[in-house]
Design a protein around this ligand. Structure first.
Ligand SMILES: Cc1cc2nc3c(=O)[nH]c(=O)nc-3n(C[C@H](O)[C@H](O)[C@H](O)COP(=O)(O)O)c2cc1C
Length: 450
């Protein structure tokens, strides 16, 4: 099974910064370098840095950090952060989030190709379409475009980006000093792409990345998000309120991948899991309770409002959550609805839970956590997990010391890094030049059947 680590380029989670053992270094390079080394020692396949392009005013239109601290603010730019993490390690994969809504394909293709060369193939891109109006307002828009428009732009963005990575053949650069031949111009192609969203002549100014395409990650949960992921993603992140919903999601994704003519083994589904490990179950529960005690209702509510992109102060916080029409992160909204319907709670109570929830229910000894992970794998809910820490770096250090050795002992994770690139370690093939055609063809097919 595969292990990814969720690492904010800022304070961790809702109240991770308040935890007595949390390091205060989220604005320092050494914090990220140290965390990267801890994750590499534990054998993680990769670390992933989420992102958002705004300071959210999710709860009551306020910038007050005491109200908004569930939203992951402040947030550093993930690209320099993963660059520092890459320099501190030799095998750990590193993925940064970047939005198809507010980037240009040429810039993005160049940055990720550069990073993939500098790390000899350890880079991943978490493709997001952005989910908040606050982000739109930093880029000349009043509101976020609707979901269909966001995914339409994302489709074209992926087509152009992968074509830019393919604009050099793998053998285009000769560098033969004796003959004086530097490269073969016939192996470098322009794109001359003209579409509804982008006009890009190409070629890219950087040779084809070592991995062909850096590992493509996606986390959409709406039907359009799932189809998009089934076409383009190598890794899919998700987050579930129960094992049953995780199994449903896993089956649905693998079915969609197969329907696109791709091998379902080549798309890894990694549900989020917040692990709280103790020497025994009692100690872990006590650690978890102490963490829950730090969460104020505002912190949980602001996190929830931020994820669903709806200001919840519009509603009676002591009443039930009404159905929300167009939400930001569909996956998180589904979890909220599943929990709220089961427990019959008010918005305020849901917020309290949301701020301190431990996805995957992995609070216990290393044996308990490994048992739960094994149960999820056996049930067909996961190809591995995206581990979230209640606080950084200590919770990752505890995972490295206690849980990772137990997973290795059981043969669930590999011992050491097998391959040179992130794709090798994830068991993913290197896309041949021109692979984008297979994906884009499905896009055309989809348009034709619409
Ligand atoms: C585990 C997880 C992590 C995510 N990380 C980010 C992120 O860092 N930045 C972001 O803008 N969206 C993030 N998202 C949101 C999704 O990428 C996606 O854009 C959003 O869910 C809207 O698509 P959907 O309506 O198809 O679900 C994340 C979602 C999940 C479930």
């Amino acid at each position: 099974m595969h292990l990814a680590a969720f690492l904010n380029a800022g304070p961790q989670g809702t109240v991770g910064w308040r935890h007595p053992q949390a390091a205060d270094g989220f604005l320092t390079a050494s914090h990220y370098a140290h965390t990267a080394r801890v994750l590499e020692q534990a054998g993680f396949d990769f670390a992933f840095v989420p992102d958002s392009l705004a300071v959210p005013r999710s709860l009551g239109d306020s910038f007050d950090p005491a109200v908004q601290w569930g939203t992951g603010t402040p947030r550093l730019d993930p690209i320099p952060v993963i660059t520092i993490m890459a320099a501190a390690t030799t095998h750990l994969g590193l993925a940064a989030t970047s939005s198809t809504g507010y980037q240009e394909p040429y810039n993005l293709a160049r940055t990720f190709a550069t990073l993939d060369h500098l790390t000899a193939g350890r880079i991943g891109w978490n493709v997001v379409t952005s989910f908040q109006d606050a982000e739109a307002r930093n880029f000349g828009q009043d509101r976020l475009p609707g979901r269909d428009a966001r995914y339409e732009r994302a489709e074209e963005f992926l087509e152009v980006t992968t074509r830019l990575w393919d604009s050099w053949s793998d053998d285009a650069l000769i560098r033969d000093k004796a003959s004086g031949v530097f490269g073969r111009p016939d192996r470098v192609e322009a794109l001359d792409h003209r579409g509804p969203y982008f006009s890009v002549a190409g070629p890219l100014g950087v040779p084809r990345p070592p991995q062909g395409y850096p590992v493509i990650i996606q986390a959409g949960a709406s039907p359009s998000g799932r189809d998009f992921a089934a076409r383009w993603a190598d890794v899919i992140f998700c987050s579930h309120e129960s094992l049953d919903s995780a199994v449903d999601f896993y089956r649905d994704i693998k079915r969609r991948v197969a329907a696109r003519g791709r091998d379902p083994e080549h798309v890894k589904v990694l549900p989020a899991a917040t692990t709280v490990v103790g020497r025994d179950r009692g100690e872990a529960r006590a650690k978890h309770e102490a963490f829950v005690d730090l969460v104020t209702p505002e912190a949980g509510l602001s996190r929830m409002a931020y994820h669903v992109n709806v200001d919840l102060t519009r509603y009676d916080l002591d009443g039930p959550l009404p159905p929300l029409a167009e939400v930001g992160v569909e996956g998180h909204y589904r979890e909220i609805v599943e929990f709220a319907e089961r427990e019959r709670l008010t918005i305020r109570q849901i917020g309290r839970w949301y701020g301190a929830r431990t996805e995957g229910d992995m609070v216990g000894s290393a044996t308990d956590i490994a048992d739960t992970m094994e149960r999820w794998l056996d049930a067909g809910a996961a190809d591995g997990f995206m581990i979230q820490a209640t606080h950084v770096p200590t919770a990752f250090e505890e995972f490295a010391v206690a849980v990772a050795p137990e997973l290795r002992r059981r043969g669930l994770v590999r011992d050491g890094y097998r391959g040179d690139t992130l794709r090798d370690n994830l068991g993913l093939p290197r896309p041949a030049r021109g692979e984008w055609r297979a994906r884009a063809a499905s896009t055309a097919q989809k348009a034709a059947t619409r």
